[in-house]
Design a protein around this ligand. Structure first.
Ligand SMILES: [Zn+2]
Length: 286
């Protein structure tokens, strides 16, 4: 896996679906910033090695976008100041009190504290049952906004309300035209069914569109463009309206969406349909 250059001063290590490794970001300068720590020591080391081979400096700071294992397990191997939202800081303390044998993870899945999806990929990244997971605590936390500067590039980390995880932040480098989204664009996976809610997704997408940027980097796919986010918002509004008018039939909603807006049928359309319908089902069954 090779480090990619997105803009003059922004680089990223692409995601690896086979082990659920997210994108790791880098903003260059005298005091460089790393965004997310990776899902393991091996993942973090790969990133650091790639920095060296591109003659880029070791990160001065690390911002972690949310508490999920694939974004934080690498932090113990990144020897730099670690910054998170206050909520993520608390979640890291919780993680550091857990045990990680197959049995321990299984028990958490049974009790609903962990999800099958994470278990599957933790076992792929760490096949040995005697796996040792060190959790690094945050050195500094913030409640709303943290502002930083690499000396070349100003950036800010801002908490954001989204479906995926309620401790999330995004990292904005507006002058470079880039926002790192972490997983904030994705569904809530820690729910009986994977869901999107209109109440969170619509304001979230509208807020993303307020930034004067070109690229949106969601952690588990190639960088998105502003028009992708616009398309997601239009899809969400349309699907939400269809659910209210014709109910929960997935196929009918998919067909109507396709006939109304051919160009909406691509990015995230199926996830949006599934996530919003799942949420309506849960609400009905409550
Ligand atoms: Zn996540």
């Amino acid at each position: 896996m090779k480090l990619q250059r997105l803009t003059d001063n922004i680089w990223y290590l692409p995601p690896d679906k086979s082990k659920d490794r997210p994108i790791l970001g880098y903003i260059d300068g005298k005091y460089p910033l790393m965004v997310d720590a990776g899902n393991s020591e091996a993942h973090a080391n790969m990133f650091i090695k790639q920095l060296k081979s591109n003659n880029l400096k070791y990160p001065e700071r690390l911002i972690i976008t949310h508490w999920h294992w694939d974004h934080v397990f690498g932090a113990c191997k990144v020897n730099t100041e670690t910054i998170t939202t206050a909520k993520t800081g608390k979640k890291l303390q919780y993680l550091s009190g857990l045990q990680w044998s197959n049995n321990d993870i299984d028990n958490r899945v049974k009790s609903g504290e962990e999800i099958e999806f994470c278990k599957e990929y933790i076992l792929r990244e760490f096949p040995d049952n005697n796996r040792v997971i060190d959790i690094k605590h945050a050195d500094r936390t913030f409640d709303n906004v943290f502002r930083g500067n690499t000396d070349k590039i100003e950036y800010s980390a801002e908490t954001i309300c989204c479906d995926h995880s309620d401790d999330s932040c995004i990292v904005i480098a507006e002058k470079e035209g880039v926002v790192f989204l972490g997983d904030s664009l994705y569904m809530n996976l820690h729910s009986p069914k994977w869901i999107y809610t209109e109440n969170k997704l619509i304001p979230y997408l509208k807020r993303l569109l307020e930034y004067d940027v070109q690229y949106y980097i969601a952690s588990h796919q190639p960088p998105l463009l502003k028009r992708d986010i616009e398309c997601m918002l239009a899809t969400t509004l349309c699907v939400s309206e269809l659910i209210n008018s014709i109910g929960h039939n997935r196929q009918l909603i998919t067909d109507k969406l396709n006939s109304k807006h051919k160009d909406y049928s691509t990015i995230f359309a199926q996830d949006i349909i599934d996530g919003l319908i799942n949420n309506h089902h849960l609400a009905v069954n409550d």
